[in-house]
Design a protein around this ligand. Structure first.
Ligand code: SF4
Ligand code: SF4
Length: 114
């Protein structure tokens, strides 16, 4: 293959083999609507927390699915569980329950301090 003298920057790489996706599996098992999310961002657009901080539920979903859990922990506490996002989700995702389950999964896991 032709070498162009550059490669993907390390910070842009996602290593699915080493990422821990047990938090995502925990949620999938208990809240199957998590699989219906198409990452459209409707929830983020309506989120009160997102209006005043850089919190994004859409981004949180992506990070959970990728198993980038240290970034998930950083952001998980910002959600106020108000439920506004549930009202606008076009896919009927039970978004609030996903946040609750993610918190639960981290609390039950020995690998994370939350
Ligand atoms: S509004 Fe629903 S489908 Fe869209 S990103 Fe949020 S949870 Fe996913
Ligand atoms: S439940 Fe959380 S993510 Fe949804 S709108 Fe409220 S603060 Fe935002």
């Amino acid at each position: 293959m032709e070498k162009f003298g550059f490669t993907i920057s390390k910070i842009r790489q996602i290593d699915y083999d080493s990422n821990d996706r047990s938090i995502a599996d925990y949620i999938y098992e208990r809240e199957p609507s998590f699989r219906l999310c198409i990452e459209c961002g409707g929830c983020s657009a309506t989120c009160t927390t997102g209006n005043y901080t850089n919190f994004s539920l859409r981004e949180l979903h992506i990070l959970i699915k990728r198993g980038e859990n240290s970034q998930v922990i950083e952001n998980l506490k910002k959600c106020m569980l108000c439920g506004k996002c549930i009202l606008v989700c076009p896919r009927g995702v039970n978004t609030r329950n996903i946040v609750i389950l993610a918190r639960q999964a981290f609390q039950k896991s020995d690998s994370y301090a939350i």
